[in-house]
Design a protein around this ligand. Structure first.
Ligand code: BG6
Ligand code: MG
Length: 215
């Protein structure tokens, strides 16, 4: 079935905020005396704030109560939001805007499908506040990727069937979510070696729009 809509993950696909997430979690882990590195961080990609926290706490020497977990997650989010203050349109990955423009010219609908509850703030800061035909984010769903919920909501908001949508993801959990939702998938960045995705590349801009839409 022809691709009629492209659903883009936000952090790590549209913009560089995946790095900001890492630094905020690293600060929390250091403060708590918990070992955390970039490799462990890979498992936080695409998954919700609380699911990310669980990944970090796997290395903790003691257990944390639900109340402590909620406070840690809030502290992390405060660090993260602090770093978002310096976010500008420069944080958009090279070529992404041009690729989206090209898709638009071909009547492709564009949506964001992100686990992040900070999606509206980020889109505003990078100058894409009103850009998308639909946005589905962490505020609209209860299930974390690899559950397909966020992408299904995005497709529904675009008025398209899942089979008509292609998802662009930098997280292994996100690629899995797209496939679980019966959508096509393009894996970029950290997920670029995920053989389950029919399209794989360093970033969105390194495959032509023609090829992407022919997936
Ligand atoms: C995803 C990130 O986009 O959003 C995850 O890849 C993050 O690392 C998740 O945990 C939730 O983000 P937020 O902004 O709601 O804490
Ligand atoms: Mg991502």
């Amino acid at each position: 079935m022809a691709v009629k809509g492209v659903i883009l993950d936000l952090d790590g696909v549209i913009c560089t905020t995946d790095e900001y997430h890492y630094h905020a979690w690293k600060k929390i882990a250091d403060e708590e005396g918990i070992y955390f590195d970039k490799e462990i961080n890979e498992r936080c990609r695409g998954v919700s704030r609380m699911a990310s926290l669980e990944v970090i706490l796997e290395r903790a020497e003691r257990s944390y109560s639900d109340d402590e977990k909620a406070k840690l997650a809030e502290r992390k989010n405060n660090y993260y939001k602090e770093s978002l203050k310096e976010l500008t349109p420069d944080a958009i990955f090279p070529g992404v805007k041009e690729h989206m423009e090209e898709m638009r010219r071909r009547n492709i609908k564009l949506a964001v499908g992100s686990a992040s509850k900070n999606t509206p703030t980020i889109l505003e800061q990078i100058g894409l506040g009103d850009y998308f035909d639909a946005v589905a984010d962490g505020n609209a769903v209860t299930k974390s990727k690899p559950d397909p919920e966020v992408f299904l909501v995005a497709a529904q908001r675009l008025g398209l069937k899942p089979e008509e949508c292609l998802v662009v993801e930098d997280a292994v959990a996100g690629v899995e979510a797209a496939l679980n939702g019966n959508m096509k998938a393009m894996a970029v960045g950290s997920a670029a070696n995920d053989q389950r995705a029919p399209l794989r590349a360093k970033d969105l801009a390194s495959i032509s729009v023609d090829k992407i839409l022919a997936a």
